[in-house]
Design a binder for this molecule. Sequence first.
Ligand SMILES: Nc1ncnc2c1ncn2[C@@H]1O[C@H](COP(=O)(O)OP(=O)(O)O)[C@@H](O)[C@H]1O
Ligand SMILES: [Mg+2]
Length: 354
Amino acid sequence: MASVTLEKVRKDYGAVRVLHAVDLEIADGEFVVLVGPSGCGKSTLLRMIAGLEEASGGEIRIGERVVNDVAPKDRDIAMVFQSYALYPHMDVSKNMGFSLLLKKAQKTTIDARVDGAAKRLGLDSFLQRLPRQLSGGQRQRVAMGRAIVRDPKVFLFDEPLSNLDAKLRVHMRAEIKALHQQLKTTSVYVTHDQIEAMTMADRIVVMHDGMIQQVGAPLDLYDRPANMFVAGFIGSPGMNFLPATVRNGGKSDAVLADGQTLRLPDGLPLKDGDAITVGLRPEHIRLAHDGAQGEVVVVEPLGLSTQFYVKLAGQLLCVFAMGRAGVKPGDIVRLSADPASLHLFDPKSGDRIG
Ligand SMILES: Nc1ncnc2c1ncn2[C@@H]1O[C@H](COP(=O)(O)OP(=O)(O)O)[C@@H](O)[C@H]1O
Ligand SMILES: [Mg+2]
C-alpha cells in the first residue's frame, strides 16, 4: 500500500489546458473518489497516476517515489475500467492470472492468488467460463479480480459500474466498499455520479473544468459546500438557489425577487442591500403556517418520500418530504426553513459566505 501525492499536476493538449495545477494528497489506505461532470478531467487525472498519460507539468508520487518517468507496468498499480477490457479468448481463471504470468510468477502462486480472489468475489464456479458466457456484473467482478490478484499498492477505478443496470450498480458499490474495508488498499475511484461518491468515499474530490473545487469527507461537503458548484453537485435532489437582497433590521432577512422574505442566520458578514444567492436543500424546507407562499406545480410520490415543486419568487423550488406530503398541483402552500440550514453564496464569485 502507498500514499499518492499530486503536486501542481497539469495536463495540456496542444494549447488547451484540461487540468490546472492539481494538488492532492491521498493517504495510505484511503478510498478517494474523484467526482464531477463529464469532461472535467477525472479520467485524465487518473490516467496520469496510472502512467497512461504523461503529465505536462508537476510531480506525481506513489509512496515516496516520483513516478512521472516510470512506465505504467512498474508503478505497482492496478486499474479497473468501465469497459472491463477482458481478453475474450481467455477463461476467467486465465484472465485473472495473466498479469502474474507475464511477471513470470510460479504456477502455484498464480493458482493460489486466482483462487483467493475468485472466492472473495464469488467467482469460484465460473473460473472455466469465457467472458462472453458471463453477465455484465460477473465480467465486472472478473475485472476486479484481475486487479486484486496483482496485490498492487494502489487501485485505480474509472467509472467501473457505469455499464451496469441501476440495481446491480447499487449492489456492486457496496461490494467494492466492503472489499476495500478488507484489503485496505489505497484506492482512487472516478465517477460522475455523486451518490456513488457519497456512499463510497472516505474523501471526495469535486472537480469542474480541470480544477479541484473542494476536497472533504462526504458529509462535510454536504454541510459546508465551498461554492455554488459543489452545493449544486453534492446532494440529491439538488440544492435550490434563490436570488435575494439582504435587509438588515434587528435581524437579517433575505428579500426575494417578489418581495417575500426569509429569515437569515445570525453572525454572517452581510450588509444591508447586499446581493446574495440563498441555497436551500429540498430536505430542509417544510410546509408551515407562516413563511413564504407559493403554488404547487408538480408532485412526485415515491412511497418512502415525496418530492414536489413549488413556484415561488419566480423560481421552481424542489421540496423533499418523508412519506406522503398531502399536497396536489394547484395548492397554495407556505414554506419555511430553519435559518441555520440556509447556505449563502456571493452571486458573482459563487463562493460561500461565512
Ligand atoms: N487525447 C485528447 N486530446 C485532446 N483533448 C482531450 C484528449 N483526451 C481528453 N481530452 C479533453 O480533456 C478534457 C477532460 O477529459 P476527461 O479526463 O476524459 O474527462 P472526464 O473523465 O472527467 O469525463 C475533455 O475536455 C476532453 O475533451
Ligand atoms: Mg472519464
